[in-house]
Design a protein around this ligand. Structure first.
Ligand SMILES: Nc1ncnc2c1ncn2[C@@H]1O[C@H](COP(=O)(O)OP(=O)(O)OP(=O)(O)O)[C@@H](O)[C@H]1O
Length: 198
């Protein structure tokens, strides 16, 4: 379980909530409300204050790189540290079923990142995040550039992750998607945060 107690950072007022194993909570709010700032703070990527714990262990007791392997942030525009797709996947075989489920052809393995479409890059970045077997996934609009069919495929893969116990915070601008994937929502507006049932 992820417990967030008075998390604060520049641009965001105090946030408190908990996220059970296998639970998905949507994050919504107008553009510029601080949704990405919240996810970045939870991934311990920026200066922050407050107490966050995972399975009873405070983030202050866990080195940041180790925390980020368990609490994995998937930005809306993911970064790539090599030109070649394959370099991002130490065990390509292990990700085959996700590639198939997300309609990514096996040939992407031999491609350079820049030759992929925006939607292919977005799905591949999700697969890269899943390969880390995170305890918590922080997803920043993971289906923003995708058609309806591919969006459904992404939602289905993530539902399976939830059943395996992964917890998900899912930023979306689509209220219908929020209702499909989550029962609760953190709503951010004017720097303030409130929790709502969907
Ligand atoms: N490192 C930072 N420190 C302080 N403020 C920042 C930082 N990065 C971005 N901001 C500002 O904080 C505000 C919230 O940004 P954020 O990216 O979290 O919005 P968002 O809710 O994710 O918006 P969108 O829906 O458009 O992606 C913006 O006004 C942004 O310019």
């Amino acid at each position: 379980m992820l417990i967030v107690h008075h998390l604060r950072r520049m641009g965001l007022s105090s946030v408190s909530f908990s996220l059970a194993d296998g639970e998905c909570m949507a994050v919504q709010g107008p553009s510029g409300a601080g949704k990405s700032l919240l996810l970045r703070a939870l991934a311990d990527l920026d200066p922050r204050e407050g107490e966050v714990s995972l399975d009873g262990k405070s983030w202050d007791s866990i080195p940041a790189p180790q925390w980020r392997r368990q609490v994995v942030y998937l930005p809306s525009e993911p970064g790539w540290w090599s030109d070649y797709v394959i370099d991002h996947f130490p065990n390509w075989k292990a990700v085959n079923s996700w590639l198939e489920a997300l309609s990514l052809p096996a040939v992407v393995k031999d491609r350079t990142v820049e030759r992929l479409s925006t939607g292919e890059r977005q799905r591949l970045a999700l697969v890269r995040a899943l390969a880390l077997e995170p305890r918590v996934l922080l997803l920043d609009e993971p289906t923003s550039g995708l058609d309806n069919k591919t969006t459904c495929a992404v939602e289905q893969v993530l539902r399976e992750c939830l059943t395996m116990g992964t917890s998900i915070l899912w930023v979306t601008h689509d209220p219908a998607q929020a209702r499909r994937v989550a029962q609760r929502c953190l709503f951010l507006e004017n720097g303030h945060v409130r929790e709502e049932w969907l």
